[in-house]
Design a protein around this ligand. Structure first.
Ligand code: NAP
Length: 250
């Protein structure tokens, strides 16, 4: 029987992980996507889409599909599914590890302001600028809805309401280039950038562009990984941890 690994995905890292696992002998991979993005880039292997129905639903899914290990490779800000995974995996005694790309680190010239939440970021904005480049995703827009600032809001899919009254929407998906980000800041006369500490290379050029333009950046801190869950920072570390937790399989 191959080892059945469930990859909780929705990130580039999760797709790459699925590629590596599919290429390894003796592994059956199922990737799980939340179903938020209209046309997601699908990983190889089996794919299921949509919520499990909370912790109990996920635990039941793990049992019913004879899952041998779970890798939580969701976005660092997808806090609910990570906590559900920790509870469900513990309940059915299935090993779990998290793959989290490292967070960004400020360098000389950066003018970062750290916020603990989107609401915290919104609270800082009026002091920092009047034309904000908002890159925190379409789901948390309500936090900025009450602000009398102009926003350039970039997301993969179109946002719903509530949202800020003065907002231009830019539908795009990374990776982004430094030249492109600098041009956006210049063209729209952006004077403050808002971002989650997502980490990774694909969306990092906005930080360099903000530094070059001398504008402040509001960085929303990540939620913690659930206690007791081992964390890998790279694909290689994740594979080594998986091998450690499940025994040798390649
Ligand atoms: P979340 O708040 O942690 O999860 C909310 C609910 O969505 C979960 O309780 C679960 O529903 C379902 N869900 C989330 N991820 C799932 C997955 N991989 N497979 C199946 N169900 C999933 O998550 P979120 O912040 O809305 O993010 C949703 C997805 O988008 C994640 O897979 C994440 O990797 C990706 N993503 C998130 C962000 C971000 O900034 N948050 C950015 C880029 C990509 P049930 O309780 O019904 O199981």
């Amino acid at each position: 029987m191959p080892l059945h690994v469930l990859v909780l995905g929705g990130t580039t890292e999760a797709r790459r992980l699925a590629e590596s696992l599919v290429a390894a002998d003796g592994i059956r991979v199922t990737s799980s996507l939340a179903g938020r993005v209209a046309r997601p880039r699908l990983p190889p292997g089996e794919v299921r889409v949509g919520g499990f129905g909370g912790t109990e639903g996920l635990a039941e899914w793990l049992r019913a599909h004879h899952v041998d290990a779970v890798i939580d490779a969701t976005h660092p800000f997808a806090g609910t599914i990570s906590f559900n995974a920790a509870s469900a995996a513990a309940a059915v005694h299935v090993p779990l590890l998290a793959l989290r790309r490292p967070g960004w680190v400020p360098v000389e010239g950066d003018r970062w302001h750290i916020a603990d939440s989107l609401a915290g970021a919104a609270g800082l904005l009026p002091e920092l600028g009047s034309r904000a480049f908002l890159t925190t995703g379409r789901m948390g827009l309500a936090a900025f809805a009450g602000l009398d600032l102009w926003f350039l809001m970039r997301s993969v899919d179109a946002p719903g309401t509530p949202c800020p009254a003065r907002m231009e929407v830019l539908l795009d998906r990374g990776p982004f280039t430094l030249e492109g980000e600098r041009e956006l800041i210049r063209l729209h006369r952006v004077d403050v950038l808002v971002t989650k500490d997502s980490g990774g290379d694909a969306t990092a050029p906005k930080l360099a562009a903000a530094r070059a333009a001398g504008i402040p950046v509001v960085v929303v801190r990540r939620p913690p990984v659930p206690p007791g869950v081992p964390v890998a920072g790279t694909l290689e570390e994740a594979l080594a941890l998986l091998r450690h937790l499940t025994g040798p399989w390649f």
